[in-house]
Design a protein around this ligand. Structure first.
Ligand SMILES: [Zn+2]
Length: 217
């Protein structure tokens, strides 16, 4: 999509200045942006993919704590595990301020887990950026979406560029992503905390919060 409004033109320029993810965010995402699996065999022997600890578990609750390190893991039956070939996917996002604009960047993280002691393989790619001005103007730069029935159907090769369509999809992914705790907010949102934003539909919540502040003025 071609930039038409002055705001869109400004965002197209700012979009070029965005840096790659700091390493500490990547380290955090590998731990907290994925539901780590514990794979259960038919005899209920369940192996934690993160530490290799084996436990006997026959319960129906899927979200449990690994006894070894207290990490939250999700029970996956071995049949399912084979079907997904050990691949798990998650979304995470960061909140930053660039040039007075509130920016939410949303990423996909994929992990191929191994139960035999090999290192897990992680892949991270950025999907979308929501740019929100203190006046409430919104522009989205993102990967293009492919036609398809799946919600997050993005081509392997693509550029983060200004998008005029699919806002609902980009909003959905941002709202359902795990938010990196070290957040930066523009001054009109400075009273909000990480806990306010987290889990409330971060993008739509932030837009509502800005609209509210502007209404008060
Ligand atoms: Zn474990």
């Amino acid at each position: 999509m071609k930039a038409k409004t002055p705001y869109q033109k400004r965002i197209v320029e700012l979009n070029k200045t965005v840096r790659s993810l700091p390493n500490e965010v990547i380290v955090w995402a590998k731990e907290y942006a994925l539901h780590h699996p514990a794979v259960r065999r038919k005899n209920n022997v369940t192996v934690c993919a993160m530490c290799g600890n084996a436990m006997v578990y026959s319960g129906s609750e899927r979200n449990v704590k690994c006894m070894e390190y207290g990490r939250h893991v999700r029970i996956i039956e071995s049949e399912t595990w084979k079907a997904i070939k050990g691949n798990i996917k998650g979304w995470f996002s960061t909140l930053n301020v660039i040039d007075g604009i509130q920016l939410q960047r949303t990423f996909e993280i994929r992990c191929r887990y191994y139960l035999d002691g090999r290192d897990h393989q992680y892949y991270i790619r950025e999907l979308s950026r929501h740019w929100l001005s203190p006046q409430g103007e919104l522009a989205i730069t993102a990967l293009p979406r492919m036609m398809g029935q799946f919600l997050d159907c993005f081509p392997l090769v693509g550029k983060i560029e200004l998008r005029g369509t699919s806002q609902m999809v980009y909003d959905y992914i941002a709202d359902n992503s795990e938010l990196y705790p070290d957040i930066q907010l523009i001054s009109s949102l400075s009273e909000l905390t990480y806990n306010d934003i987290r889990g409330t539909g971060s993008q739509t919540f932030i837009r509502d919060a800005i609209a509210l502040t502007n209404g008060k003025q």
